[in-house]
Design a binder for this molecule. Structure first.
Ligand code: CP3
Length: 345
């Protein structure tokens, strides 16, 4: 069942009868079932209780009929045992109370034992593998750059001013931080795979803020370390970023069997930049889900036409589902993707 599933086959660029589809952030506030749980528990409480995390992970499987489950967790969970003081505040997103500015701050980060410090994540994976009935489970982590940006900025950012300033003015501290983060994140992914994750995605959501040369010098070796560690475990690895049109060849060099594309580049052009020896995931604009169904259908078909039935396309958005997205439109996209592939066959 594992090996023959069409999502896993597509990750390996094998032939499939139906294009697989799942969505980044497919569990979340746009779903009434999720909001019902969030009324009783905070985001971190859901993560800390493996049975709740498993329940939330399963919600989009039941409601949408997607072809893969993504573990419910957050890319910032490893920040908790590192000791930087993570909080999620209403409306403002994540806040880190002790951001990193200096080499002393990097040295003060706690050592992390992923099995004990993040054991609740591995427990959720084990519960899910028992509950998913053959639907593959995707584990994930943030890429070192994107996680570092939160640790340095103390939260979300537009310009990445502090992050890039550290790179340019204090590269020793930057490299020490990336060294530390990439070790923890590599261990974390390997632990998720050992617990049962059948594919993993590395989210470098904000790396598009960098020029190719900065990416190559300050990021690539560390992303490579994380992606390589997962690859060695024998599962398919998805490497995702946004705003990465000029970075795609370097991201491919860093690693990944599947590269995520956002909507800023047509899927066929992105695939051409990457070459035939890699699979692609994407790339519908999440805002398209707010459009009327005929317009949405035209745009879903455009993505599928550009993929042209080539082995190695996984349908997804170019970034996560937004709050207030109509659930019936998300479900309609799953059906559109499956029907389109069936007609083509
Ligand atoms: O369904 C899934 O995709 C699995 C769960 C998941 C969450 N976060 C839960 C979550 C995943 C894969 C993530 C990844 C994540 N977290 C990323 C990378 C993906 C991306 O969107 O670029 C990033 C940058 C984060 C950091 C993060 N977590 C931010 C910036 C926020 C606040 C923004 C917001 O939407 O409120 C979060 C909170 C968060 N993580 C929510 C969810 C469902 C929303 C929170 C809630 O219930 O309060």
């Amino acid at each position: 069942m594992d090996i023959d599933n069409h999502f896993l086959r597509a990750c390996r660029r094998e032939l499939v009868d139906v294009t697989p589809v799942w969505f980044m952030r497919q569990a979340g506030r746009y779903m009434p079932e999720y909001r019902a749980i969030r009324e009783k528990y905070s985001l971190l409480e859901i993560c800390y209780h493996p049975e709740l995390a498993a329940e939330v992970t399963l919600q989009p499987i039941q409601t949408l009929g997607v072809d893969a489950a993504i573990l419910f967790a957050d890319i910032l969970l490893p920040a908790i045992p590192l000791g930087v003081g993570l909080e999620f505040t209403k409306g403002e997103g994540p806040i880190l109370q002790n951001p990193i500015f200096t080499m002393d701050d990097v040295r003060a980060l706690n050592p992390v034992n992923v099995q004990t410090d993040l054991g609740y994540v591995m427990e959720a994976i084990r519960i899910l593998r028992g509950a998913l009935n053959g639907i593959p489970l995707i584990g994930f982590c943030g890429a070192p750059f994107t996680v570092a940006s939160y640790l340095i900025e103390g939260g979300s950012s537009r310009e990445f001013l502090k992050t890039k300033t550290m790179m340019y003015s204090d590269p020793h501290t930057w490299h020490a931080l990336m060294e530390k983060l990439s070790s923890v994140l590599a261990d974390y992914l390997v632990a998720q795979i050992s617990a049962g994750a059948q594919a993993v995605q590395v989210f470098d959501s904000w790396v598009g803020a960098l020029s190719p040369s900065d990416y190559e010098m300050f990021v690539l070796p560390y992303s490579q370390k994380v992606l390589q560690a997962a690859k060695t475990e024998g599962v398919s690895v998805i490497h995702f970023g946004t705003n990465t049109t000029t970075l795609l060849p370097l991201m491919k060099r860093a690693g990944g069997d599947v590269i995520g594309l956002d909507w800023r580049i047509p899927l066929d052009d992105g695939w051409a930049l990457l070459g035939n020896d890699v699979a692609v995931q994407g790339n519908l604009d999440p805002v398209t889900l707010f459009a009327p169904l005929p317009e949405l259908r035209a745009r879903v078909h455009d993505v599928l036409r550009r993929a042209n039935g080539r082995p190695g396309h996984i349908f997804n958005l170019g970034h996560g589902i937004l709050q207030n997205t109509p659930v019936d439109h998300v479900k309609a996209v799953v059906d559109m993707v499956h029907e389109y592939s069936a007609v083509r066959a």
